[in-house]
Write a protein that binds this ligand. Structure first.
Ligand code: SAM
Length: 264
């Protein structure tokens, strides 16, 4: 909020718009122009930005710079890189991977958009027993679209890193990959209405402790089967409940992330 000196109420400070340039780091030290990709040009056009307007440039992996728009909003000239130390702007203290069972693509898109806003670091789509085959096939071909949705949400909400989106994977194949040697083992939670409650005043604090990494699995519309639940448990998963109501999978993603990303 900008303080005003003329007695008027405070007005919201304007935040420079964000654009993504995946190879931003390659332009460090160069004074030339950077041409924007088609989707970024569309973004600039829809925001009615003009040449000379300042933007924040992200590579989606952790680098940030300031730039001016040029060439009728189709290119940038860099003003300088932001030298960042400590927590990256907009990034939560805990890295949460969401294993998300395939479901109706519109629900998954919603989960990716809102889950990105709530701080998810990574989404891996799962081919669960109760995922419809048609949805698995549709989502496999929609990965580029899901990645664009995550990138747009990253810009909109002021994060620095675009969540990774992978899959669809079979549950067992993924769990074996995740625990392969050399990969740090991280806590694994399984969202299940019958599990141990998290987020209530008397629930176990270690399950929502900030910092580090954690993985959360969310089931399809029909829920995980008993054999899938046993499979997860065999890999050390703790079933956790988000309360007494049965949530749609996309609501479960948002509710869980708000508890798991940690204090910021
Ligand atoms: N048909 C399932 C049932 O009646 O139990 C509900 C499936 S729900 C629509 C989809 C997924 O969201 C579940 O598999 C679970 O991972 C998650 N979920 C929904 N409500 C939850 C809750 N209260 N606690 C934990 N997870 C929940």
């Amino acid at each position: 909020v900008k303080r005003r000196t003329d007695g008027e109420p405070p007005t919201p400070a304007t935040r420079p718009p964000r654009v993504i340039v995946p190879d931003l780091v390659a332009h460090r030290g160069s004074s030339g122009e950077i041409l924007l990709r088609e989707e970024e040009r569309d973004h600039v056009r829809s925001r009615r930005l003009r040449d000379g307007d300042e933007v924040v440039v992200l590579d989606g992996k952790g680098a940030r710079a300031r730039a001016h728009l040029t060439r009728r909003g189709t290119a940038l000239t860099l003003l300088g890189f932001e030298e960042l130390s400590g927590a990256l702007p907009g990034e939560p203290s805990r890295r949460v991977t969401v294993l998300l069972a395939c479901a109706e693509p519109a629900r998954i898109e919603w989960a990716v958009e809102k889950g990105t806003e709530c701080g998810a670091a990574r989404f891996v789509l799962l081919e669960a027993a109760r995922s419809q085959r048609a949805h698995v096939v549709a989502l496999r071909s929609r990965l580029p679209r899901l990645r664009r949705i995550a990138a747009e949400a990253t810009k909109q909400c002021g994060r620095t890193i675009v969540p990774e989106i992978e899959g669809p994977e079979e549950i067992e194949v993924l769990l074996r990959k995740e625990e392969c040697p050399g990969r740090a083992r991280r806590p694994l939670l399984l969202a299940e209405p019958s599990g141990e409650r998290i987020g209530a005043p008397d629930s176990r604090p270690d399950l929502v402790r900030p910092g580090g990494e954690i993985t959360l699995a969310v089931g399809p519309e029909g829920g995980f089967t008993l054999s899938e639940i046993s499979l997860f448990e065999g890999f050390g998963a703790v079933p956790v409940s988000l309360g007494p109501r049965v949530l749609r999978l996309e609501t479960a993603v948002v509710a869980a992330l708000t508890l798991l990303v940690g204090t910021e």
